[in-house]
Design a protein around this ligand. Sequence first.
Ligand code: RIB
Ligand code: CA
Length: 312
Amino acid sequence: MIKVIMDCDPGHDDVFALLTLLAHPEKVDVLGFTTVVGNQTLAKVTDNLLRVLTLIQSDVPVSAGASVHLNGLTYVQPGAHGESGLDGAALPTAKRQVTGIHAVEWIYETLKNSSEKIILIPTGPLTNIAQLLQKYPEIKSKIAYISLMGGSVYRGNVTSQAEFNIWADPEAAKIVFESGLPITMSGLEVCHAASLLHEEVDLFKSEKAVSKMVHGLLGFFNAFAKNLNQPGSPMFDVCPVMHLLYPELFIGEPMKIDIEVNGTHTRGKTVADTRLWADPKETNTFVLMDVDRPAFIQHFIEAVKIIDARLV
Ligand code: RIB
Ligand code: CA
């Protein structure tokens, strides 16, 4: 049984990712969720997560983490995710509390006490993960690998060169990518290949609670993509989860990824060595570049239906 911890900043696509993850307890044991400032403030993303877990009747523990990035700042994204960080759906008041343990400490204790290695799935800025590795470097031996949403080989999103999760905390990303841990990177190339098209949003139209929530969230999330004249919404954070469950759907390649921490135009860029003669022994990251989109979307639709069917 695969054991995972998901570190997230819900965030519409973070929610789509956790739904996909929680739909398959026969494959994955989700030990816990941790939250990090990113799309919105720590308080908002944590409350969003607790409200979604209340709606889907999940008792997976939640531990709140960093409220600012390593540089002491925050870079919330109301344009993409709204003032709440999860605009578009009516969510219940949270009936759950956080553990009261800081995310870094909770991840550390969980890894330390585990009899087997655990996969970390960060879908927000890497602040919590970097602080874990800085404070407890020896804990790397209990991490199987890190499968993260972040970065890109070619174009950015929050700037022309950088993707948001890396750009929001490049100092943290540098620590993670230089940690020596195996990393699978779902960058913008595979995320855009895994877009949910505008005409597919109504496939979720339903009075069933989870489908109704997803339909509402997609309505808001896809409106942002429509304004950018995009054919659909990249299912960003779903990619690392879908790769964990169905790796055969993806195409990727090993690359050397360096993080540009400072740069007038390049801060937060994941600098990929794509030279034809790049040394394979120098690679540190497996970069996902493409996916079977119809199968990906079908598995997401199925995951939402599975959780809806589970509700009492
Ligand atoms: O660039 C996309 C990433 O930024 C996703 O993780 C999304 O949730 C936002 O955090
Ligand atoms: Ca996210």
